[in-house]
Ligand binder design. Structure first.
Ligand code: GTP
Ligand code: MG
Length: 363
C-alpha cells in the first residue's frame, strides 16, 4: 500500500454524510439556533482569484489532466517541478514547464508588506470551542482559520470531545462565534459519535439533524487513505461545499502504528511532514481551520516535571500553529494548556466535559 502515488489513484473512497436519511426526519426536531444553511453543490462559491483554466496556453484538456492528478489550484501547480508534474499528470516536460511558469507568473509569489499581511489576516474566521475559558486561552474567539491547532493528551483527556464541539461550533453564525460553515471529520479511530454531536447541538438549542448533516465524516483506514482523503476534501471545496473546519482525529495514530521501530522513524517523520504541509496548504488556500488530535507517550529521559510528550516530535510541533496540552484535572475537570504559540502567552485553563457540551468552571 505504501507505494501508492496519491496523485494517481482515482477517487473511490467515500466521504459519507453523517446522517443519510436526513430528509425523512428533517423537521422532527426543531431548534431555534440557526446553523449554516444546507447549500446545494456549486451554489456557494467564493471568488478565489484566478483558476487553472485562466492560465494562458492551458485548455480544458490540460485542466482535466491536472485535476485528475489532484491539482486544483494555481498554488498546487506553482510549487511543482516540471519533472514531477510530467510524472503526475502524464504530460511532456516542456508542457509541464510552461504550465508551471504561467502559474507562477499569475500568482504573484513575491513579498507583501506587513500592512498588507495585516489586511489579509482580517479575512480570518474564528470558531468557538464551546468553552469560553478555552476560547480565551486561544486569544478570545477559539481556533482560527488558516492555522493548524493541535490538541495532544492521554486517552480520555478530551481531545475528541473538543473536536465534536468544534464541529458544532463552526456552523454557528459569525456573531455567535462560528464561521457559518461545514466541518469535515477525518476519523482514524472510529470514535466519531453522532449521538454526542446531537447532544452538543441540543445543548446550544440547535437542530441536531441539521447540525449532523453539515458534518462530513470519513473513516481513514490507514495512513495512505488518510493522505488521499485530503484530495477529496479539496474536491469537495471546489464543488462549493462551504467547509471551514477540518478535523483529523487522530493525526498520528496510523503513522505511529504503521511505522513502528527505530528503523522506520525517518520514513514516518517524512510522511507526517508531507501530510502536515498538505494540511496547511489546504487551510491557507481555503481559509479554513484545521484541528488535529495527537497522542502522547512517556519520555523516560525526562527526570523532572511531567514526562508526557506529544507523538511526532518537532515535525508536528513546528507544523502546528497552536498546540494545546489536555489532561485530567481535579474533580473530573480538564486542564488545557497552550504551548509555544506565535502570538499568545503560554497559559492554562480549566473546563468540564458535560453531556450537553463543554462547560466552564472558575479558574
Ligand atoms: P483518546 O481518543 O482515547 O486518546 O482520548 P480523547 O482525549 O479523545 O478522549 P475523549 O475526548 O473521547 O474524552 C472521553 C471522556 O469524555 C470520557 O472519559 C468522559 O469523561 C467524557 N465524556 C464522554 N462522553 C460524555 C458524556 O456523554 N457525558 C459526560 N459528562 N462526559 C462524557
Ligand atoms: Mg479520541
Amino acid at each position: 500500500m505504501n507505494d501508492i502515488n496519491p496523485y494517481k489513484v482515482k477517487w473511490i473512497l467515500p466521504i459519507m454524510v453523517a446522517k443519510k436519511d436526513i430528509d425523512e426526519v428533517k423537521e422532527a426536531v426543531s431548534g431555534d439556533v440557526e446553523v449554516v444553511k444546507p447549500v446545494k453543490k456549486k451554489v456557494v462559491k467564493e471568488d478565489k482569484g484566478p483558476q487553472l483554466i485562466d492560465l494562458p496556453g492551458v485548455g480544458p484538456g490540460a485542466v482535466a489532466k491536472l485535476e485528475a492528478a489532484g491539482i486544483y489550484e494555481l498554488m498546487g501547480l506553482a510549487v511543482l517541478t516540471p519533472s514531477a508534474l510530467s510524472d503526475m499528470a502524464g504530460m511532456s516536460e516542456s508542457v509541464a514547464r510552461k504550465a508551471i511558469q504561467a502559474s507562477r507568473k499569475m500568482m504573484d509569489m513575491g513579498f507583501v508588506s506587513g500592512l498588507e499581511h495585516e489586511e489579509k489576516r482580517k479575512e480570518l474566521f474564528n470558531i468557538t470551542t464551546g468553552s469560553k475559558n478555552v476560547d480565551n486561552l486561544l486569544g478570545g474567539k477559539g481556533i482560527q482559520t488558516k492555522a493548524i491547532t493541535e490538541a495532544f493528551g492521554a486517552f480520555g483527556s478530551g481531545k475528541t470531545q473538543l473536536a465534536l464541539s468544534l464541529a458544532v461550533g463552526v456552523q454557528l453564525p459569525l456573531d455567535q462565534g462560528g464561521a457559518n460553515g461545514k466541518a469535515v471529520y477525518i476519523d482514524t479511530e472510529g470514535t466519531f459519535r453522532p449521538e454526542r454531536v446531537r447532544q452538543f447541538a441540543e445543548g446550544i438549542g440547535a437542530n441536531a439533524d441539521k447540525v449532523l448533516k453539515n458534518i462530513l465524516v470519513a473513516r481513514a483506514f490507514n495512513s495512505d487513505h488518510q493522505m488521499l482523503l485530503l484530495d477529496r476534501v479539496a474536491e469537495l471545496i471546489k464543488e462549493g461545499e462551504p467547509i471551514r473546519l477540518m478535523i483529523i482525529d487522530s493525526l498520528t495514530a496510523h503513522f505511529r502504528a504503521e511505522f513502528s521501530g527505530r528503523g522506520m522513524l525517518a520514513d514516518r517523520q517524512q510522511r507526517l511532514n508531507r501530510y502536515l504541509h498538505n494540511l496547511m496548504r489546504i487551510a491557507e488556500q481555503n481559509n479554513l481551520a484545521v484541528y488535529v488530535t495527537n497522542q502522547v507517550m512517556s519520555d523516560p529521559a525526562q527526570m523532572f516535571g511531567d514526562p508526557t510528550k506529544a507523538i511526532g516530535g518537532n515535525i508536528v510541533g513546528h507544523a502546528c500553529t497552536y498546540r494545546m496540552y489536555l489532561r485530567r484535572g481535579k474533580k473530573d475537570s480538564r486542564v488545557c494548556k497552550l504551548i509555544d504559540s506565535p502570538d499568545l502567552p503560554d497559559n492554562e485553563t480549566v473546563f468540564m466535559i458535560e453531556t450537553d457540551g463543554l462547560r466552564d468552571i472558575d479558574v
